[in-house]
Design a protein around this ligand. Sequence first.
Ligand code: ADP
Ligand code: MG
Length: 380
Amino acid sequence: MSVASAAEQAFRSTHGTEPAGLWAAPGRVNLIGEHTDYNDGFVLPFAIPQQTVAAVAPFAGPGWTITSDLVNETVSFETTGPGEVQGWAGYVAGIVWALQDAGFDVPPARIALSSDVPLGSGLSSSAALESAVLTALTDLGGFDLPVAARPGLAQRAENVYVGAPTGIMDQSASIRCEQGKALFLDCRSLEVEQIPFDLAAEGLAILIINSNAPHQHVDGEYGARRKSCEEGARILGVPALRDVTPDELDEALAKIDDEVIRRRVRHIVTEDQRVLDTVDLLRAGRAREIGPLLTASHVSMRDDFEITVDQVDVAVEAALASGAYGARMTGGGFGGCVLALIDTDKAETTTAAIEMAYEQRGFTAPTIWPATPAQGARKL
Ligand code: ADP
Ligand code: MG
């Protein structure tokens, strides 16, 4: 059954009536540009076919009643302040709160959610959930809320209401990505550009490898990386590390005594440049040639930013050994997913090579699938 049908059916069985409509928002992978978002830098995500669908109908109220097949739970809440609704429902309450806080009169609604975005794997199920609900409530309420303003509002729900300190990339990707394109996002100006990324036309595919590695210490490590980057920018006297160019890097590093901060700074500065180089190649229709940039990004995350684990390193090595043009961990790190750029006809051999490498190491089996750039949030 499709995710849309599942959401529709969940709505019927929970509420005994028909939904007024279905709204979908995808998960995403980041092609390149890791941990650059909170350094005012560049990212290049694309939407994946996995999505969250919200079946929604207005009702007399008061409040909102939501259900999700992924957690098999129904939660009701009325108007709330940040943090009042805990757990998964907080992401939805956060969207209601952020809309109200922006001055919108959010209609009471019933919402049934279904999703095939894996939770907590770095494919941004949280942004898919927020974006589907935001798009639905915005349409139902008839709000004049420009698309460009939506990611920031969804980010407030996650940062302020849920209390998760994430950048603007995930919500931007889930809301603004287009089919066959990657989204070039300047995290300072919030300007976006749709970059052609029609892999199939060039006989290419991106394999996504979910390492299925248990996430460990993610929140603490994420906070520590942010702090090191802020400290680096402070030492260098720039508003953010985005303001250091590769030409200035050696001089900048010489000003930093702390070896760890030096490495963190080097990752961010070189990673921003790799995003720009990737965009240039894609604009020129040279997708195959981005491979070395992807791999260099991985090496930088592994050695300088120190956010990889054995499972993702092994997946990258196995993909490259089986002929991938490039491969890298994608997402915040400490587990999560790897992506590999391959010729379409290599999908099976590369998949088998990675599965074998995992087996030899005694790792939990990975989940591997080819992804094509999909459409962002929309009414179905
Ligand atoms: P990621 O965004 O990488 O998947 P996060 O930790 O940011 O990981 O978000 C995962 C959390 O989002 C889940 O633990 C759950 O609380 C919530 N969530 C996301 N999608 C759904 C859904 N469809 N139903 C219920 N909760 C969801
Ligand atoms: Mg998330």
